[in-house]
Design a protein around this ligand. Structure first.
Ligand code: PRT
Ligand code: MG
Length: 214
């Protein structure tokens, strides 16, 4: 029996993913918010969950450490998706990838703007598309702080309610992409272990549709 590893991150994706997997008949046997285990067995002997950093999910699935992953489209776009297929949109953990900054910032001015972000690749691509010269500064979190201390003119980050931007005197300036969490599958595993993976994907798809129409 080959075991299916499902890579998941703790936090908002985990909370919203669990009911979908439960509807598909798979439930972890441990709670990652209290357990320190990084491999959580499930009620099915052939399925287990791996708890990894959100930004590491595509890497685990790409290199076959996990056959399936649940990952935000933002993280997936930044990774590039090499070695992965993206068969299903779970319609959870929705947000928008945005350019944000002070309300009076001139995006198309003469000045070369500095942009702080953890989404370096998405940011480079977005500004190149608009033929704007920018300097990109890589950060790992708390992007909203950077303009306040003149580290940068703009940030690129995911925005949900907009409350974090507002609390720091910033506004969304430009939309880059609508984001939700996706199922990704290792391209090779989909060929070699097709039947159990396809079955699981079908069940998840039904669970997503049922939730959508509820
Ligand atoms: O923390 P770690 O570095 O391990 O990873 P992570 O921060 O990427 O993980 P997590 O769990 O915070 O986010 C996982 C995924 O959730 C992201 O990749 C997105 O696809 C999705 N998601 C949905 C969000 C948000 N909504 C969101 N609001 N991820 C982050 N935020 C943050 C945002 O960065 C900002 O700081 O929340 C703040 C903004 O929220 P509002 O409501 O104030 O706009
Ligand atoms: Mg986080």
């Amino acid at each position: 029996m080959s075991v299916i590893n499902i890579a998941l991150s703790k936090g908002r994706i985990y909370e919203e993913t669990l009911p979908l997997f439960a509807a598909a008949g798979i439930e972890p046997q441990d709670d990652p918010s209290t357990s320190r285990k990084l491999i959580l067995p499930s009620n099915r002997p052939d399925v287990q969950f791996l708890i990894v950093r959100a930004s590491d999910v595509p890497t685990y699935v790409q290199h076959g450490g996990a056959q399936i992953g649940v990952v935000g489209k933002d993280v997936l776009m930044e990774h590039g998706g090499e070695g992965l297929v993206e068969p299903l949109d779970l319609h959870i953990a929705k947000c928008r990838l945005m350019v944000a900054g002070y309300p009076d910032t001139q995006l198309d001015g003469q000045q070369r703007l500095r942009v702080a972000t953890k989404y370096v690749n998405c940011t480079r691509e977005h500004f190149a598309k608009h033929a704007r010269q920018v300097e990109i500064i890589k950060l790992y979190g708390s992007m909203e702080l950077a303009p306040l201390v003149s580290l940068c003119d703009l940030i690129v980050d995911v925005v949900d309610s907009g409350a974090t931007l507002a609390a720091n005197g910033l506004v969304p300036l430009e939309h880059i992409a609508d984001i939700s969490s996706r199922i990704v599958v290792n391209r090779a595993a989909l060929k070699t272990n097709n039947q159990p993976i396809s079955e699981l994907l079908q069940k998840l798809e039904i669970a997503v549709k049922e939730k959508q129409s509820a």
